[in-house]
Structure formats: C-alpha cells, structure tokens
Design a protein around this ligand. Structure first.
Ligand code: GDP
Ligand code: MG
Length: 441
C-alpha cells in the first residue's frame, strides 16, 4: 500500500480544503488495503464512510496535502477504534484475581494460558492454571504441559473421577487458589470449531460461578470475515472484558483486530505471536494501526511535512520580530496579557524554567505598578511609543506630569523597556538571551 499512497501524494500537490475527489481517491486505496489485511467487509464499509465524512468536514491542516490529510485521519481513527491508549490487565482488589479465557477451539487459549502464567510469574505473581476444558481428552494434559513449562501450578480434576463438570472444576479451582494463596487464577475453557449454543452456555455458567475480573476472548488473527460473527456470538453468549489476538506471527496483518474491536468495542490487551511461551506482547493500538495499513513510511512522511511546516511558521514569526522593532505598544500589550492571567506574583510561581535574571526583573513589578506603567505609556504620543530615543528631558517631564508619576519612574520604565527590546531582538535572531531557561527559538 505505501508505494501506491506515496504515489498519490506526488500527484496531489495543492493544499487546502479536501475536495470530494481527492478524498475518494485516497479512501479507495485505504479500503483496498483494509480488505487485503482481512478486515471484515462490514467494518471496512463503516470505517471508510466515517473517514470520508470526517475528511470532508474537518479543519484544513495547512501543513499537509489532501492525501496526507486523509491518511492522518485514517490513522487517528484506526488508533481510536483499536482502543486508543494501551489497556492493562485488571486485577481484583482482594486476591485471587480471576481471569477466564473464552474462544473457539484452536484459537490459542491453552497456549495463551501458559504464556500469561509465565509473564505473571516473571512479574512476581503466583498464578494458578485451572483446567476447565474437559471436552477434549488431552486438553487437561496439554495445560499441564504448558503449566510445567511456565513453572505454574495446574489445578485439574482427579483422573478417573467420572465425567468432570467444568463449572465445578472452575469453582473449586478458585477456592483452591484462595486457600493456597495464589494471587491470580487463569481458567482455560473448552471451545468448539464453530460457535455452538451448548458451549456458550457452559462458558457463561463458568463466568457466573467464578465472577472473573477479566474475561478474555482469544481470537486467531488469521480469522477473516468470520471474525465479526464469532466476536459478536461470544459477546452475546458470554461477554468479555478484553481481547487477545493470537498467531500474529503468521502472515496476518492483523485485520481481525480492527474487526473485533470495531464490532464489540472491547479493548485488545495482548498479542500472542509465536508457539513458545515468551511470544507474548502487550497490545499497542498505534503500532497495530501502522501494521494493518502498512503505514510506517507514509506516517513518517506526514510527520516530516508537519515538522517542516512548523519550522517555516516559526521562521516567519522570528523574521517579523526581527523586522518590526519591538515598541512600547507591544510592551503595553504584553503587560496587559500578564495582568489578564492574574497576579504577577502568582504567575512567577507557576512559570517553569524561568531564569533567575528574568525573575528578578519581573519581581520588580506588581499589579499596581503595571497600572502605573500603563498610565505612563498612555501619556506618550504615538511617535514616542515607537521610538523611545526621542524622549528628551522635557518630553519625560511632560509625560510624568500627565500620568501622575515622577520623572524617575518614567526613566525606570524606559530603561526596562529598552532592555526588554534588546532581548526580543536577540530571541528573534536566534541568539542566546543569556537568560537560563529562555534559550533561543
Ligand atoms: P485452544 O484450542 O484455543 O486451546 O488453542 P491452542 O492453545 O491449543 O492452540 C492451537 C494451535 O495453535 C496449537 O498448535 C498452538 O501451538 C498454536 N498456537 C497458539 N498460539 C499461537 C501463536 O501465537 N502463534 C503460533 N504460530 N501458533 C500458535
Ligand atoms: Mg485448549
């Protein structure tokens, strides 16, 4: 996809509001990319419709060309659907925390149970694995194997005890954990090859019996169009608090992540990406967004464009400052700003990294002094405000009389202003101001 999008960028040089045809062209590419990543069609349709609407109504981002703007919107929307911020596992206030797994057979539940147990052990927890999949003959054994690899205790029904009841096993397993001071239990459950009513009932009973802090729905990331139906069925049948995406090490671009997150609104918490027990990652929405659309290069381009634009803007401001001398009118305006923001003293306490020299300079002010300063400046003619060099003795005396202050105070203000003006010039030229914390632009 990247190549095609980069190509689109080259053809669209004009900046400004997005036209419908600009948007449609880029949205078509996005749509194709999402389908290639195996995102379910209904999700692709809704997603591209939302992006199109936003692209046509959004504020214009002057830094970017139309195609870049669309991609930026797409990326933001993808990250938002995938959960925005990374979501951590939730624990109970009083242990044991109960984590229940649900999902189709072969989705990767048992493998994930082992991986999670290992991760939790590494983090200093004492997880207990509960074998509540009594459907397949060797399911319990499989959990025992991964439990041993992870160094975690496995709670399983006694062999030869008749047909086990998974709900009872789950409940007594949690009780066992409480007695033996395991702070977390992970309940592995049975799955079928397809969604099945009896399976849902069983899972839902286990949920009611154990009141889990997390119910994690495990889904194979290679699931294509079926992802939405499976996810909906599990949401209705058992409901879950989070999602685990398994087998992300394969060819999958992770489209299932978008499908599931979009139709269920549940956060994806882990990505499982290999057969060994440490092949487990916390899920990062932003990284997955890039992976699904292959957006890495494109996003870098967009960042560069934005940065260049910001630099150009800063340069313009600096040039303006350097060209137009800083006048007493500006000085007055600045002080009014300061006054608006509340008392000067309070502000001094708030400003981080304010240099000590600057502080000293400003500590001389208080609100009533700002008022006096204002009066003095208002007592000057526009010509005097623009050029303090014409302020001779008689002019200063006139200003002092007119604003009810002493000539010394007028002199002090003029001196202070001239210092500030010198500093502004330095800032504008990008020289060091010599004031720590102020630096250069
Ligand atoms: P369950 O039926 O839901 O318990 O699924 P399993 O944990 O038994 O996994 C089914 C198959 O998928 C096994 O062969 C696992 O080795 C494999 N598997 C599980 N997770 C991953 C993964 O993240 N990557 C790869 N490559 N294979 C996995
Ligand atoms: Mg299993």
């Amino acid at each position: 996809l990247s190549d095609r999008l980069v190509e689109t960028f080259k053809n669209l040089r004009t900046k400004g509001r997005l036209s419908a045809s600009d948007v449609d062209g880029t949205v078509r590419e996005i749509r194709r990319a999402l389908l290639e990543a195996d995102v379910a069609l209904e999700v692709v349709k809704k997603f591209t419709a939302d992006v199109r609407e936003r692209a046509l109504s959004d504020e214009v981002n002057k830094a970017l060309n139309p195609a870049q703007q669309v991609v930026q919107i797409v990326n933001e929307e993808l990250v938002a659907i995938l959960g925005g911020e990374q979501r951590k596992l939730q624990f109970a206030k009083t242990p044991p925390s109960v984590i229940m797994l649900a999902g189709l057979q072969g989705s990767g539940k048992t493998t994930f149970a082992g991986k999670l147990a290992k991760k939790l052990k590494d983090d200093g927890h004492t997880p207990l694995l509960i074998a509540a999949d009594l459907q397949r003959p060797n399911a319990v054994n499989q959990l025992q194997v991964v439990g041993e690899q992870a160094g975690a205790t496995v709670y399983a029904p006694e062999p030869g005890n008749g047909v086990g009841d998974p709900v009872k096993v789950a409940r007594s397993g949690v009780e066992f954990a409480r007695q033996k001071q395991h702070d977390i239990v992970i309940i592995d459950t049975a799955g079928r090859l397809g969604v099945d009513e009896e399976l849902m009932k069983q899972a839902s009973k286990i949920r009611r019996a154990t009141d889990p802090d997390e119910v994690l729905f495990v889904i194979d990331s290679l699931t294509g169009q079926d992802a939405v139906n499976t996810a909906r069925a599990f949401q209705e049948g058992v409901d879950f608090t989070g999602v685990v995406l398994s087998k992300l090490d394969g060819d999958s671009k992770g489209g299932a992540a978008l499908s599931v997150a979009s139709v269920t609104g549940r956060p994806i918490i882990f990505a499982s990406n290999g057969e060994t027990l440490d092949a487990l990652e916390e899920f990062h929405p932003d990284r997955m967004a890039s992976r699904i659309l292959d957006l890495g290069d494109v996003l870098t381009l967009i960042e560069q464009a934005q940065r260049t634009f910001d630099q150009e803007e800063a340069q313009k401001v600096a040039e303006k400052l350097a060209k137009e001398a800083f006048t007493l009118d500006d000085f007055l305006e600045q002080m009014q700003q300061v006054k608006k923001m509340g008392s000067m003293k309070k502000m001094l306490g708030m400003l981080p990294g304010m240099g000590s020299q600057m502080k000293q300079q400003l500590e001389g002010f208080d609100d009533s002094e700002i008022d006096r300063t204002e009066a003095i400046i208002r007592g000057m003619t526009p010509a005097e405000r623009h050029n303090t060099r014409i302020l001779n003795g008689s002019r200063r005396a006139r200003i002092a009389r007119g604003s009810g202050v002493t000539v010394t105070e007028v002199n002090q203000l003029v001196n202070r202003f001239e210092q500030a003006a010198k500093m502004m010039k330095k800032v504008a030229r990008g020289e060091s101001t010599g004031i720590p914390g102020m630096g250069t632009i």
